[in-house]
Design a protein around this ligand. Structure first.
Ligand SMILES: Cc1ncc(COP(=O)(O)O)c(C=O)c1O
Length: 370
């Protein structure tokens, strides 16, 4: 049987037509009508005043931290259970990531752990909406207000997720997104920064465009970066946003089918869902309890691989990676992160999957126990 990938882009709408249009127009660099349209539409989508298109989700984080003037001597509190880019961006600006545990009720940064990690050097918090589930933003924002901190939402995996009816990307000081090929909305590589504050937007655009003064061509008041996204990539994104309801709807159906079919399987657990959350359906998550299921997460992944089904283990705890194992917070016990990192597995999830594809994965999981 064909290999079932863990993620696959769904480009069956106007994607090809808009890309061809961008090429024929000769607007293939980082200015053009699709850039303007995407930035306008993505701001409306995420509920922020402005959206800035950028080259990927990693530089979106870097630009957020540059705009917030994070730098050497500053501490930024981050969850240990996230993609490595969340912490790397903190190091890019010379600041110190401080690792804290995640909350078992959300798998996102634990507000109580944040409070315990505060020091006079703390400047901000990066709340990651992990695997599409929003972090508890009211609790995080309350702490931030009390202690004069900024909050970056890393919404790379959480397109369209809602917290108490408000969209991810409009809940903190700055929001960041990734449009990598495995994301719900994709341009292959791509990203966005969402922001309400006009001064922060100005700084994000300044650093994105090599630091060039918009009023004075070829004058550079700061050291900037080339982190722009092309009109061709934005053409893809415009076509993807047109299809949001279709893309999100099909993914929700895949999630429901998995949940229904796996809910009776002993030893298999699901991502929790807070009652205030409307999560994005990114990659379907299970946890494998070795005692209950009869084999470890890695053994199950091996069995599925032998059946030509690709899966993905959860992120390795960042506080245990070589660049970070000796940094602040790395010697604290982070039991929820450690447990999930060992037990969690992402199953194939895309809007291209048929009911038969989901059934194939479910059958392979059930058969693996025999
Ligand atoms: C939580 C998180 N943050 C940041 C990124 C970085 O995005 P990109 O791969 O587009 O650089 C990703 C992943 O792709 C992610 O999952």
């Amino acid at each position: 049987m064909d290999r079932l990938p863990v993620a696959a882009p769904d480009l069956r709408g106007n994607e090809e037509r808009y890309v061809v249009d961008a090429i024929r127009s000769s607007w293939i660099s980082s200015t053009g009508p699709y850039v303007d349209r995407f930035e306008r539409e993505f701001a409306a989508f995420s509920g922020a005043r402005a959206a800035v298109s950028v080259a990927n989700g990693t530089v979106a984080l870097h630009l957020a931290l540059l705009a917030l003037a994070a730098g050497p001597g500053d501490e930024v509190i981050v969850p240990s259970l996230t993609y490595v880019a969340t912490a790397n961006a903190v190091r890019y600006v010379g600041a110190e990531p401080v690792f804290v545990d995640v909350d078992p009720a959300t798998w996102c940064i634990d507000p109580a752990a944040v409070e315990n990690a505060l020091t006079p050097r703390t400047k901000g918090i990066i709340a990651v909406h992990l695997y599409g589930h929003p972090a508890d933003m009211d609790a995080i924002n309350r702490l931030a207000t009390k202690h004069g901190l900024w909050v970056v939402e890393d919404a790379a995996e959480a397109h369209g997720a809602q917290y108490r009816g408000r969209r991810a990307g409009s809940l903190g000081t700055i929001g960041t997104f990734s449009f990598y090929g495995n994301k719900i909305v994709t341009s292959g590589e791509g990203g966005a920064v969402t922001v309400d504050d006009p001064e922060l937007e100005r700084r994000i655009r300044l650093f994105r465009g090599q630091g060039m003064d918009p009023q004075r061509r070829y004058f550079f008041p700061v050291i900037g970066y080339n982190y722009r996204l092309t009109n061709v990539a934005c053409a893809l994104l415009c076509a993807q946003l047109e299809r949001w309801m279709e893309l999100a709807g099909r993914r929700a159906a895949v999630f429901e089918a998995y949940e229904r079919a796996l809910s009776q399987v002993a030893g298999i657990g699901f991502q929790p869902r807070a009652d205030w959350a409307e999560p994005a359906r990114w990659l379907f998550c299970i946890t494998v309890d070795e005692a209950g299921f009869g084999m470890s997460r890695d053994e199950l992944a091996g069995r599925l691989d032998a059946d030509n089904i690709e899966t993905r283990p959860f992120f390795h705890p960042l506080h245990r990676l070589p660049p970070y194992e000796h940094r602040i917070g790395s010697n604290r016990p982070l039991p929820v992160t450690d447990h999930l990192a060992l037990a969690g597995l992402n199953l194939p999830t895309s809007s291209l999957m048929t009911d038969e594809d989901v059934a194939r994965v479910v059958t392979a999981i059930k058969n693996a126990r025999r």
